[in-house]
Design a protein around this ligand. Structure first.
Ligand code: FES
Length: 149
């Protein structure tokens, strides 16, 4: 996910104005992350005021869900599935290889089932799904993303 804009309260207000339905704090944080690439610290009091909840409520939601980022995302994000099906076919080794291949160029995160169990181990590179992922497949995909490997 690539941020489309830097933080601005006016843009955040436009994003939040499009949210309807229950669970507005989580939906608001997801929408702001979609817009800005992460949820900046300034968003916490902003969302609290818009939805008339405490900052602690917003911060609690923000820190509970690991998919919500509080810092800008790195240029390269690799996610390796640590679900049981993928672990049974080598995702632990793949995670180790991902760290070696990506080096300091990005971030490797664990995820738990990306719905590709039959083609495990599964990984994503900047959201692009790789089935039966190998070290070479990750390196090849990272080359396409401009990373050194
Ligand atoms: S367990 Fe890895 S994709 Fe389902």
């Amino acid at each position: 996910m690539t941020p489309t804009h830097g933080w601005s309260p006016e843009r955040a207000r436009d994003v939040l104005d499009q949210i309807t339905g229950p669970g507005p704090v989580l939906m608001a944080l997801q929408a702001l992350q979609e817009e800005f690439g992460y949820v900046p610290a300034e968003a916490v009091p902003f969302v609290a005021e818009v939805y008339n909840v405490s900052r602690a409520d917003v911060y609690g939601v923000l820190t509970f869900y690991r998919d919500l980022r509080q810092t800008p995302p790195p240029a390269i994000q690799v996610e390796v599935c640590m679900g049981e099906a993928c672990q049974s076919v080598g995702s632990r080794d793949l995670r180790r290889a991902a760290h070696e291949v990506i080096g300091d160029d990005g971030e490797v995160r664990d995820v738990f089932c990306v719905g590709n169990c039959a083609l495990g181990p599964a990984a994503t590179v900047n959201g692009r799904l790789i089935g039966r992922a190998t070290r070479d497949a990750l390196a090849s995909c990272l080359d396409g993303e401009g990373a050194s490997s």
